[in-house]
Design a protein around this ligand. Structure first.
Ligand code: DP6
Length: 325
């Protein structure tokens, strides 16, 4: 009763930003991401008759508190489904997502945990079902089941049975690069979970954000199919700016940006003025991800590395979906 799974993280080009059901993690909008090859989590789940509680070991260290509760709650979903109440597991995870890179390790983490747990229990879930389970750990994680370009279909049903990820284009469809620009962190973050809830509940800009999304999603898919980089990049960048604008209309207002975030945004805009196509996107933190084409790598990296406040730039290609070791 043991299995190991590996899953990569992902970066959203059309953001998931708000829940219509907190408990089941159902989003207010469909969204779309690229799975990245640079960052992943590898997790072994071992169910043992002799255990009287779950054990969670992350990067060789036993974990307690909220992360432990999240893992054990997630295992419980699978135990309930498999009718194996009272059977506990040792979970060992290795996280190759440098926390400094500003990627939530929750995406690769919950995808790998779900895959390994289902396999250890010999559940043989199809991918939509696995994505649905994964979604209940962390929303963005449901997209990491697949490689390449992935849409999380928001669904309409109250029980969440139609809310899961679907592949839009495979890993080898288009060789895009994503640079994770690591900045010197200044303040403590508002987590994505807290930030999105505050925005949904209070932001005067939230309705405008929601209204604009279906069109962004349709248009970006046209761009991805046609490999129209200018179209895809400009929609993604504008979508990111709109998401971040909602936080300024929240009560109390907040922003994930710091001055160095804006310096990187300026560098990217300057690259475009000078004729190099590159576009930024930003999640619930100060760090910036820059999307560009492989032939522009040298120019893009030189400018990013020369920007004030940049500590490190880590490059990813488009990554693959969940795999079993
Ligand atoms: C800004 O998936 O981390 O990165 O579902 O509450 O765990 P929970 O949130 P999470 O939120 C990700 C928000 C985002 C945009 C995105 O990845 O689509």
């Amino acid at each position: 009763m043991r299995a190991t799974a590996k899953a990569h993280t992902n970066i959203a080009l059309i953001k998931y930003w708000g829940k219509r059901n907190e408990e089941l993690i159902l989003p207010t909008n469909s969204n779309l991401s690229i799975t990245l090859d640079g960052f992943y989590t590898e997790t072994t789940v071992h169910f043992k008759e002799e255990l009287d509680r779950d054990v969670f070991i992350l990067n060789e260290k036993e974990i307690s508190g909220i992360p432990y509760d999240q893992v054990t709650n997630h295992l419980q979903l699978f135990r309930n489904y498999a009718n194996r109440q009272g059977l506990f597991a040792e979970v060992r995870s290795l996280n190759k997502v440098p926390t400094a890179a500003g990627f939530a390790s929750s995406a690769s983490g919950f995808a790998a945990l779900s895959g390994a747990t289902a396999k250890a229990l010999e559940l043989e879930l199809d991918e939509p079902t696995l994505s649905r389970f994964t979604r209940q750990g962390s929303g963005s994680a449901c997209r990491s089941i697949y490689g390449g370009f992935v849409q999380w279909e928001m669904g309409k049903l109250d029980d969440g049975s139609d809310s899961y990820a679907i592949p839009i284009a495979p890993q080898d469809h288009w060789d895009l690069r994503v640079a994770a620009v690591v900045l010197t962190a200044k303040e403590k973050d508002v987590s994505s979970r807290v930030g999105m809830k505050r925005t949904v509940d209070t932001s005067v800009f939230y309705d405008g954000w929601l209204e604009s999304l279906p069109r962004d999603l349709e248009e970006i898919k046209v761009g991805i199919a046609a490999k129209d980089f200018e179209k895809v990049g400009s929609i993604a960048e504008a979508n990111c700016l709109k998401m971040h604008a909602t936080t300024l209309g929240a009560i109390p207002p907040f922003t994930y940006w710091q001055d160095t975030t804006m310096s990187v945004m300026e560098t990217v805009q300057q690259l475009r003025k000078d004729g190099t196509l590159a576009y930024f996107t930003i999640d619930a933190g100060p760090n910036v991800k820059v999307v560009y084409l492989p032939e522009d790598e040298e120019k893009v990296l030189a400018q990013l590395n020369a920007t004030n406040g940049v500590e490190e730039v880590i490059v990813s290609k488009v990554g693959k979906g969940i795999s079993y070791v």
